[in-house]
Design a binder for this molecule. Sequence first.
Ligand code: NAD
Length: 480
Amino acid sequence: MAQTTPITVAHGDGIGPEIMRATLAVLEASGARLDIETIEIGEGVYRRGFSSGIEPSAWDSLRRTRVFLKAPITTPQGGGYKSLNVTIRKTLGLYANVRPCVSYHPFIATRHPGMDVVVIRENEEDLYAGIEHRQTDQVVQCLKLITRPGCEKIVRYAFEYARRNGRRKVTCFTKDNIMKLTDGLFHKVFDEIAVEYPDLASDHMIVDIGTARLADAPEQFDVIVTPNLYGDVISDVAAEIAGSVGLAGSANIGEHVAMFEAIHGSAPAIAGQNLANPSGLLLAAAMMLVHVGQGEAAARLHNALLCALEEGIHTSDIFEEGVSVRQVGTTEFTAAVIERMGSEPQKLRPVKYDDAAQPIPTTFKPRPAAEKKVVGVDLFLDWNHGRPEQLAELLRAIETEKLGLTMITNRGVKVWPQGAPETFCTDHWRCRFTAREGETAHRDLVDLLDRAATAGFDFIKTENLCTFDGVPGFSLGQGQ
Ligand code: NAD
């Protein structure tokens, strides 16, 4: 007797309860064997004073079942509320966000009939670490953190996903022509791992031109892997040009837990009116069934949905005169999908899923740490009293026996020595002190700071300049 899989379900806000009701009915009709635990998340929980939108007891259910089918929620406006999605992703380590974006030409209007792209977005790092500071009167900063384990996990996931799903090519999007260390690491890890998959084509594109090409000719792409922020943007672009954001499902995969949801939000304006399209959550439910090893039920559900779509039975968001046949509400659409359970689409390509659960293992290879040497320090100052040459003169006075001033930049542009008179300067300065003799010690950095404080400098922070196995771990100034 096949096993029943425990899952956790949240009905969410806005259209959430309607599309979840629809999805659970379709899941039951598909023959999926699920043992459902329900938790409450979203508006009601925020209102009860839990600023994260989830009650502490809900985590127990998620840890127990390790599989979460989630309807969209409404994030209350205003400060003091944390995004529940970000909290869940980061707390449970859901590092891979997988969003298939497929067009259903000619049954749903799209300019891209051949589109079948999967965007795999890194889900935990990058600028989404949310570490922000106001440093001076004029300048705020957000830290972009990219880690080697994070890159290895997501890039390997993308290649494994491609191989297991009969895909041919993995494309990496970064901006490493500008961010040579952070995006550069993502690209480097991509190149390292790509050689382990000779059966798959791989290439890299700068994210700006890559996004333009994706919007213009998505049929040229297969699997795309990219850091968090770019992935957030391009996965919405990809879903929208495929047909509608209302049609796409997504998986958030971690080592221990996986969460499945539609990519759209709670659409409060159409809530409770039987207007919502449940397809995004239905496709997320199919991804969930594949994940738990119920591929046969997943294929039944997915094929029944394709049958309804190709027969022109459409909710109002995708209804188009001359293309669609019948405009229906959420409940009629759900009934149409259930009626077609067991059928295969005649014109769209039917799907087939393996019934054995083969979760992609989370892997990164431990490696010996590189030899690290401190060779200087960037001292960041809040200073608003003149030109760079004047600042340089003041800083020359605090140089130490070990550390000498070698460069000043403002917003990354070198302004001393030999700056350009046209460069606009703010009150935020990076002053680079370099070891006079190869290496320096933390004590030397403290001495420099001590002299800076005595001279009355308002220092904001320091960043140590290090080499790793002799390779500099810091960027040059622009114009250096
Ligand atoms: P939205 O996705 O809810 O709606 C955008 C547009 O698409 C609206 O016109 C809406 O009516 C339409 N739409 C969305 N889903 C649809 C569906 N299934 N069927 C038919 N039409 C659909 O985005 P929004 O308006 O920016 O956000 C509304 C709320 O949802 C906000 O509180 C936001 O924070 C939240 N949100 C939640 C999630 C989530 O829980 N995963 C994701 C995105 C936004």
